[in-house]
Design a protein around this ligand. Structure first.
Ligand SMILES: [Zn+2]
Length: 272
C-alpha cells in the first residue's frame, strides 16, 4: 500500500514538473518540453566549454587563417541573429548568451554550439565546408540548435531516463561524471564519451531552416548548403564516418527540404 502511494506521488510530481516546465520557444513559437532551466544549462555550458578548450589545441585567429575565417563568419552570423531578434523586439531571447567562437585542431569532422552561444569548429570539418558560404551554413545550423534549445530537450530526456528527473544542480553534485557525460552526448561533444545522441529529423530541419536565414542575413549564399550536404554525404563513405553525421543524421530528404527553405532564406539576403 505504502509502495503504491509513493509511486503515485512520484508519478504525479513528475507529471506536474513536466507540465510546469513546458514553455514556448521564442524562435519557433512552439510549446516545448524544456525540463531544465536554460540558465542552469548555460552555466554548465560555460564550464564545459572552458574544460573542452583546455583539453584541445585552440588556434589563434591572429596566427591562423582558418581560425580567422571561423571568427569572421561566426561574428557575422551572431550579429545576424541579434539583428533578427532586435527587429522583432525580442532581444531578450538572447539573455544569457555570451557568444564565443573557437577553432580547435582536431581531425574529427565536427562543429557545435553549446547553450549560451559557445561555438567550436574543428579543423577536420574545413575540407568539407571548403568555403565561407558553407561554413556560414554550418555555424548558422549549430547556432539554431542552441537557440531552439534542442540540446536542452535531449539533456532533459536523458536526465529523466537515467536519474529520474532530479534538478540539474542535484545531479551535478551527486553524479557529476554521469551528468557531464549526458551533457556531452546531448550537445554532440562526443569523442570522450564514445557515442552521441542524434538530433531528430524534425530538429534537424528546424535548425536547417533558421540556419539558412542567418547565413543569408550575414551576407552569405545559403544555396551552398546543397553542395555542402552533398560533400558531407561523400565524406561518410570514407573509413571514419564524420562525427557530425552521428549527431546530425542526413539523407536525401534533407537536401530536398533545404531546397524548399531556400526561397524564404533568400528574402533575408543582406542588402547594403
Ligand atoms: Zn543539426
Amino acid at each position: 500500500m505504502m509502495k503504491h502511494s509513493l509511486k503515485t506521488t512520484l508519478i504525479v510530481s513528475l507529471v506536474l514538473s513536466l507540465f510546469s516546465s513546458c514553455s514556448k520557444n521564442s524562435l519557433s513559437g512552439k510549446t516545448q518540453l524544456s525540463f531544465l532551466p536554460e540558465k542552469e544549462i548555460q552555466s554548465m555550458s560555460a564550464d564545459q566549454y572552458k574544460d573542452f578548450l583546455q583539453k584541445h589545441v585552440v588556434l589563434s585567429p591572429a596566427k591562423d587563417v582558418n581560425a580567422a575565417m571561423v571568427q569572421r563568419v561566426s561574428l557575422k552570423i551572431t550579429k545576424a541573429v541579434e539583428k533578427y531578434f532586435k527587429d522583432k523586439n525580442k532581444a531578450s531571447v538572447l539573455n544569457g548568451f555570451e557568444w564565443e567562437y573557437n577553432t580547435v585542431r582536431d581531425s574529427a569532422i565536427n562543429a557545435w554550439c553549446m547553450p549560451g552561444g559557445k561555438i567550436v569548429v574543428y579543423t577536420g570539418i574545413l575540407p568539407v565546408t571548403m568555403n565561407e558560404n558553407a561554413l556560414a551554413v554550418v555555424i548558422g545550423h549549430e547556432v539554431s540548435h542552441a537557440l531552439l534549445q534542442h540540446g536542452n530537450r535531449r539533456m532533459s530526456e536523458s536526465m529523466i531516463q537515467q536519474l529520474g528527473g532530479v534538478a540539474l544542480s542535484v545531479a551535478l553534485s551527486k553524479k557529476p561524471a554521469e551528468t557531464q557525460d549526458m551533457f556531452l552526448q546531448a550537445y554532440g561533444i562526443g569523442s570522450t564519451v564514445g557515442f552521441m545522441l542524434p538530433f531528430s529529423r524534425k530538429q534537424e530541419l528546424e535548425a536547417d531552416r533558421y540556419g539558412l536565414i542567418w547565413a543569408a542575413m550575414a551576407g552569405y549564399d545559403p544555396n551552398e548548403a546543397l553542395a555542402f550536404w552533398g560533400r558531407m554525404q561523400n565524406a561518410s563513405k570514407g573509413e571514419k564516418p564524420p562525427e557530425f553525421l552521428s549527431t546530425h543524421p542526413s539523407d536525401a530528404t534533407r537536401i530536398a527540404k533545404i531546397k524548399t527553405y531556400l526561397p524564404e532564406a533568400l528574402t533575408y539576403t543582406a542588402r547594403d
